[in-house]
Design a protein around this ligand. Structure first.
Ligand code: SAH
Ligand code: DHB
Ligand code: MG
Length: 235
């Protein structure tokens, strides 16, 4: 096995994506309640032919539980698409909570706004259109964010993470999606810009004493991938 981590094939038990997808669905049937707002959001994203790259239902619920666990009142998201992860996160907010989400494409933002409005979350969620890095750099919030979810163009991960660090409170949480990429990040045969964007982030974090982080692999309906989960210490 070509690898950047020195692993031998016999250390792996045979499994398949089918096993993981089945387990995901099995677990979701038991642990996820039907949510009409999320169902409509998926349906509208499909009808509008948005790319099928939103987080999975289990990942959405994980993000939502995480937000509730830390009592998040202010959430920032980079990469809105049709607002699927946005809705999961916004539903975790208390009545006076707020979520700001950045999206490059007007079309995606429009679909997201419709989904957010149908979910009754329009008063809590602001969708901002444009290159996320410009909007992140311009942001000077009076109150810092509790949680940032980074899920946009992967080559900008380092830049987004830098701004996320600036914008979160002490012990604020930063989650980055798609940091395993079917194992490609750790497989040095792969050198595409997305993989390199993730590697650059991991390299930056190696020497970052203000961030304590881990990658949790995710396998399920949407393939093999992972979240980076970091906590930021502010002086
Ligand atoms: N978080 C969403 C999925 C986001 S997909 C969910 O799980 O439901 C990634 C999104 O990032 C796409 O909608 C894409 O248009 C957007 N994007 C790509 N480059 C961007 C940029 N430079 N600034 C802001 N958004 C960007
Ligand atoms: C892609 C982007 C994502 O954010 C994701 O979760 C899955 C796939 C992509 O660009 O292919
Ligand atoms: Mg993603």
């Amino acid at each position: 096995m070509p690898s950047g981590a020195g692993l031998e094939p016999q250390q792996f038990t045979v499994t398949s994506l089918e096993d993981w997808a089945r387990a995901d669905i099995y677990n979701n049937e038991r642990l996820l309640r039907h949510d009409e707002d999320l169902r409509r959001a998926v349906e509208r994203a499909k009808k509008e032919e948005l790319p099928d790259i939103a987080v999975s239902p289990a990942q959405g619920k994980f993000l939502s539980l995480l937000a509730r666990s830390i009592g998040a009142k202010r959430i920032l998201e980079v990469g809105t698409l049709g607002g699927y992860s946005t809705i999961w996160l916004a539903k975790a907010l208390p009545d006076d909570g707020e979520l700001v989400t950045f999206e490059l494409l007007e079309k995606h933002a429009q679909v997201a706004r419709e989904n957010i409005a149908s979910a009754g979350l329009a008063d809590k969620v602001q969708v901002v259109v444009g290159p996320a890095i410009d909007n992140l750099r311009a942001l000077q919030p009076d109150v810092p964010f509790d949680l940032v979810f980074i899920d946009a163009d992967k080559p900008s991960n380092v830049d987004y993470f830098r701004e996320a660090k600036r914008l979160v409170r002490n012990n604020g949480v930063i989650i980055v999606d798609n940091v395993v990429r079917w194992g490609k990040v750790a497989n040095l045969d792969h050198t595409d810009v997305d993989v390199e964007g993730v590697r650059a982030l991991l390299a930056a974090l190696k020497d970052d004493k203000d961030v304590d982080a881990v990658v949790m692999g995710t396998a399920g309906e949407k393939g093999y991938d992972g979240f980076l989960y970091g906590i930021v210490k502010k002086q």
